[in-house]
Design a protein around this ligand. Structure first.
Ligand SMILES: [Zn+2]
Length: 521
C-alpha cells in the first residue's frame, strides 16, 4: 500500500456522530481520510502525535459573515485558530453576490478595499479561488441582496414582476453553487417583504433541496409572532429551515423561550425540518443604529444619513429614541468598531462612559458617533439571558454559529473592534463542554460537525470516516477561547493541529500558511 501522507496517531477520536471517543490512528491520503484504526506499523510521510489529545472533524461555522473579508484575509486566522474548517456565509439576508442594482453591501464590508471586482456568484467564486482561502466556503444567497438588486430600498411589498425577477436571480445563484437563501427580516429592505414573497423564494430553495436560514423579523418583543411566521413559511414551501442565532432578546422577553421551543418542537413533530444555531455569548453585535426608530433606516443607508444630517429630522429621531428606550437601556450598550479618527478611542467602551466623556446624553453620543462615522459604528448589546443561552445551546437541533466574519490579529482586519465571538465561539463552547457546563464532549462536537454537515448538505464532511474529506481538528483538554469584549483580537489556544482537505493549516496554535480550502457548491 502507498504510504500515508499523514497519520494522526493515538488521539481520542470523536467521530462527529455523537459517539464516545475511541483511541485510534487516523490515516490520510491526499485530501481524504483513508484509514481509521491501529496504523502503527504503516509507513507515512508525516506523523502528528495526538496522544492525550482529541481528534474531531473540522468544525463547521453554520452562521458566518466572512463572505467579503475572506477575499481580504484568506488565512481566515480567527476561525482556523479555533478549529473551524468550513464557513457557511451569505447569512442574515446579506451575501457578497450577486451585486446588482442599488444593493449596498453591509457597511463593514463596504468600508474595505478588495483585491478584485465581482458581480455574479460565478465571478465571486473565481476571485475566491484566486485568493486561495484556508477554509472551505459554502454560501447562501441573501434576500436583501436580491431585493435591493431588483427594487432598491423601496419600503413596500414587491410586485409580481419583482418577485419573478428575484426568484429568477435566486435560481441562477443556486445553479452557480449557492446552498439556499437567507433572510434578514429585521433589516431593510427585507423588512418590507410580506409572507408571500418569502414563500415564493423558499419554494425555489425547496425545489433545489437547499436551506432557508432566517434572521427573523423579531428576536424580542415579537419573537413568538416572528417564529410563527417563520414556521408558516416552512410549512407552505416545505423548505429545510435554519433559525439563525436563536435567542430571547431583552429581559422582559426571557420567559418567551418556553413557548418558542414548544412551537419549534411541535413543527418538528409535524415533520418540518427545523434546526437552529446559536453562539455562546449573551451580547449581540450589529450596527449601532439599530437602537434608532425603524423608520430611520427603513429606506436604506443613503436616506438614513440624510435624516441624521437634517436638524429637524434629527430632533425627531432623538425624541422618539428617548421615548422608546428606558434609562437603564443605555448601560447595556457598548461601542463596537468605529472608524472616524475622532472616535477611535471609544472602541469597546460602554456608551454611557463615552457619553459622560463627551458631556452629553447617551442618545446624543450615539447619534454623533453614527453620523460622523457615516453609519459604520458597531454596537454590542447586552440583552440576553445566560440561562436561556445554555438551554438553547443544549437543544439537540441547535448547532453552533459564530454570527461573525473572520478577522486576523495582524493586517487589515486587525483594526476594528469585533464581538469576541469572531475569535472565540467554537473554543468557548468546547471549553464549556470540557468543564461540564453544557452537553457532553461527543455531543458538543456533533453540533459543530455532523449536524451542520447534514443540514447544509455537505457531502463527505462532518464525520471522521473512511472516504470523507480530511477536515480535522486536534485539540487538547486545555483548549480555550481567549478573546474578550475588551480585547477581542485574541486567538483561541490549545489546538494542536487543524487540517483542511488533508493539509496541515495550523500546528501547535500557529498558522502554517497552507491554503487548501475551496468553495463548496
Ligand atoms: Zn443575523
Amino acid at each position: 500500500m502507498k504510504p500515508f501522507d499523514l497519520i494522526l496517531s493515538g488521539g481520542h477520536v470523536l467521530d462527529g456522530s455523537g459517539a464516545a471517543p475511541v483511541q485510534a490512528d487516523v490515516g490520510i491520503h491526499g485530501d481524504t481520510i483513508s484509514a481509521i484504526g491501529p496504523l502503527k506499523n504503516q509507513s507515512a510521510l508525516c506523523r502528528i502525535d495526538a496522544r492525550g489529545d482529541y481528534v474531531a472533524p473540522g468544525f463547521i461555522d453554520t452562521h458566518s459573515h466572512s463572505d467579503a473579508y475572506i477575499l481580504i484575509e484568506p488565512s481566515a486566522a480567527s476561525k482556523i485558530h479555533q478549529g473551524v474548517t468550513t464557513e457557511i456565509t451569505g447569512q442574515c439576508g446579506a451575501s457578497a453576490a450577486p451585486l446588482l442594482g442599488d444593493y449596498k453591501m453591509p457597511s463593514d464590508w463596504r468600508s474595505m478595499t478588495y483585491p478584485g471586482a465581482w458581480s455574479t456568484l460565478e465571478e465571486y467564486k473565481l476571485l475566491l479561488a484566486e485568493r486561495r482561502p484556508a477554509v472551505n466556503i459554502a454560501t447562501l444567497t441573501g434576500h436583501n441582496t436580491l431585493r435591493a438588486g431588483v427594487m432598491g430600498y423601496a419600503p413596500r411589498p414587491s410586485t409580481p414582476d419583482e418577485q419573478n425577477a428575484m426568484t429568477g436571480l435566486l435560481r441562477n445563484c443556486l445553479r452557480q453553487g449557492s446552498r439556499g437563501l437567507s433572510t434578514g427580516l429585521l433589516y431593510p429592505p427585507g423588512k418590507h417583504a410580506q409572507l408571500e414573497e418569502v414563500v415564493a423564494l423558499t419554494r425555489v430553495v425547496a425545489a433545489a433541496d437547499g436551506v432557508y436560514a432566517t434572521h427573523m423579523r423579531s428576536e424580542g418583543d415579537q419573537l413568538i409572532e416572528a417564529l410563527t411566521e417563520t414556521l408558516e413559511i416552512a410549512r407552505q414551501s416545505k423548505v429545510r429551515l435554519q433559525i439563525s442565532h436563536l435567542k430571547t432578546s431583552g429581559a422582559a422577553n426571557w420567559p418567551l423561550l418556553e413557548q418558542a421551543v414548544a412551537l419549534i418542537l411541535r413543527a418538528r413533530r409535524e415533520g418540518l425540518r427545523v434546526m437552529a444555531d446559536r453562539y455562546p455569548y449573551t451580547a449581540a453585535c450589529t450596527d449601532l443604529d439599530v437602537l434608532l426608530p425603524d423608520w430611520v433606516f427603513a429606506e436604506g443607508p443613503i436616506q438614513e444619513l440624510q435624516w441624521l444630517r437634517d436638524p429637524a429630522a434629527r430632533t425627531r429621531i432623538r425624541e422618539e429614541t428617548l421615548a422608546m428606550r428606558s434609562e437603564n437601556y443605555w448601560s447595556s450598550v457598548h461601542i463596537g468598531s468605529t472608524w472616524h479618527p475622532d472616535q477611535l478611542a471609544f472602541k469597546g467602551k460602554p456608551l454611557t462612559e463615552v457619553a459622560s466623556f463627551l458631556g452629553m446624553h447617551p442618545v446624543d453620543a450615539a447619534l454623533l458617533l453614527i453620523e460622523r462615522d457615516e453609519l459604520k459604528t458597531g454596537g454590542i448589546f447586552f440583552g440576553m439571558s445566560e440561562e436561556n443561552m445554555w438551554r438553547i445551546l443544549a437543544l439537540p437541533f441547535v448547532m453552533i454559529g459564530s454570527d461573525a466574519s473572520l478577522r486576523a490579529p495582524a493586517g487589515p482586519l486587525s483594526h476594528d473592534h469585533p464581538h469576541p465571538r469572531a475569535y472565540g465561539t467554537f473554543a468557548k463552547f468546547l471549553r464549556a463542554s470540557l468543564d461540564g457546563q453544557t452537553v457532553s464532549l461527543p455531543e458538543a462536537v456533533r453540533k459543530m460537525t455532523a449536524l451542520p454537515a447534514q443540514q447544509f448538505n455537505l457531502p463527505r464532511r462532518g464525520l471522521i470516516k473512511e472516504g470523507f474529506f480530511a477536515d480535522l481538528t486536534v485539540f487538547s483538554a486545555q483548549a480555550t477561547d481567549t478573546a474578550t469584549y475588551e480585547k477581542p483580537h485574541s486567538p483561541a489556544t490549545g489546538f494542536k493541529a487543524v487540517l483542511v482537505n488533508g493539509q496541515i493549516t495550523l500546528k501547535d496554535d500557529r498558522l502554517t500558511g497552507e491554503a487548501a480550502g475551496c468553495f463548496l457548491s
